[in-house]
Design a protein around this ligand. Structure first.
Ligand SMILES: [Zn+2]
Length: 159
């Protein structure tokens, strides 16, 4: 399956949210604590409804990736199907776990900054599975855009 099948163009709102997420990721990195500087946001109808930071080391829970946290925050006071058709922006290409959750939630648009091929291997558990594999196999197809603004963020993850 060609990589381009599910490519989308990010909207101005999505780019604005991604820029904000990148600034927050740098703020986290400058605190020099144990947190991974990865930040995500969920947009519904073009507006940011929730943010999420990576909380793996805060919560001592390997599943608390920024994307998972953002999706959980987005539906904290709404039915879980509120994420159907939503957009998710994140400073780092979503890992395979998060792509699974994105598919379960029915997220329709995924926009990310740093891309898998340019970051440390530790961020991904299944090197041979690509984002296009997930997008092409999804029951509820989602579109994706990335890398976007990668040069602004890559030094956070290029270890
Ligand atoms: Zn993840």
């Amino acid at each position: 399956m060609p990589d381009d099948d599910h490519r989308i163009e990010p909207t101005e709102h999505e780019l604005g949210a991604l820029g904000h997420a990148i600034r927050r990721a740098f703020e986290i990195s400058e605190m020099h604590d144990d947190r991974a500087p990865i930040v995500a946001a969920v947009l519904i109808d073009g507006e940011v409804v929730a943010w999420g930071d990576n909380e793996v080391h805060v919560a001592n829970d390997p599943s608390r990736h920024a994307e998972i946290v953002a999706m959980a925050n987005a539906v904290a006071d709404q039915p879980e199907d509120a994420l159907r058709g939503a957009a998710l922006v994140t400073t780092l290409q979503p890992c395979e776990m998060c792509l699974g959750a994105i598919g379960m939630a029915g997220i329709a648009r995924v926009i990310f900054a740093a891309s898998k091929g340019n970051v440390g291997e530790g961020y991904f558990a299944y090197p041979d599975l690509s984002l296009a594999d997930f997008a092409g196999a999804a029951k509820r197809p989602f579109g994706w855009a990335g890398p976007v603004m990668e040069a602004d963020v890559l030094r956070l993850y290029a270890d």
